[in-house]
Design a protein. Structure first.
Length: 226
């Protein structure tokens, strides 16, 4: 697998932005936010993203603006976007590669070793009934212990690891019940981010310690008036 050339990719995509009259400063900012996260995760094939984190990096305040810019970057051929309707997991982003040579008439999706010649793409694109995400190879954890060890490396409790494992084990390690998870570690990181956001949310209140008032160790004489 040929690694992404950071400098070459960034130089060429910025040059492409310069030549593209449709691209605004907001498009550039959003793309560079995705690129930063992609780089931090060592350029995976698919990138699971948290919209709040991306909006913060891109300095975008409106969720409507965020989705509009994202759809336009997808439509203009800079990335692929697979939305998620599950609040506990992020959407998937495929960053198209621009670090390959211009004379390589190949599909620019990652990785190079899996690219398909242009003449074959025509027949593949006709299969509209098969979503692109379904072609990904599922990579779930080997067992629960592997997940526990990973969560411990992230300084999280074994209990949280078991909750994560049991949740996705029950739904077959799929997103939205149909799309296979391609990187369970990225999914776990997003789970952790969501958990931390819930804890910081001022609207979130943990259950009261006295939630079950029927069970008490205190004696009450119900013959006395209330």
């Amino acid at each position: 697998m040929r690694p992404v050339n950071y400098i070459s990719h960034l130089n060429r995509v910025l040059r492409k932005f310069s030549d593209d009259d449709k691209i605004s400063s907001s498009h550039r900012s959003l793309y560079l936010a995705f690129f930063e996260l992609w780089n931090q995760q060592h350029f995976p094939k698919t990138l699971m993203v948290n919209s709040k984190k991306v909006m913060s990096l891109a300095k975008i305040r409106s969720r409507t603006t965020y989705h509009k810019l994202l759809q336009e970057l997808k439509m203009w051929g800079y990335l692929q976007y697979h939305p998620s309707n599950n609040p506990e997991i992020g959407s998937l982003i495929e960053m198209f590669r621009f670090d390959t040579l211009p004379d390589q008439k190949m599909n620019r999706t990652y990785p190079v070793s899996e690219q398909v010649p242009v003449q074959k793409l025509v027949s593949l694109n006709k299969e509209k009934s098969k979503p692109l995400i379904n072609s990904f190879k599922q990579t779930g954890p080997e067992n629960e212990q592997v997940v526990i060890e990973y969560f411990q490396s992230e300084k999280r409790s074994p209990l949280e690891a078991k909750k994560f494992y049991n949740f996705y084990e029950a739904i077959g390690w799929k997103l939205n019940g149909k799309n296979p998870i391609t990187d369970w570690q990225a999914c776990a990181r997003n789970w952790i981010i969501k958990a931390d956001e819930i804890k910081k949310d001022p609207k979130f209140r943990p259950p009261s310690r006295n939630w079950d008032n029927l069970h008490t160790s205190r004696y009450k004489d119900y013959r006395e008036p209330l």
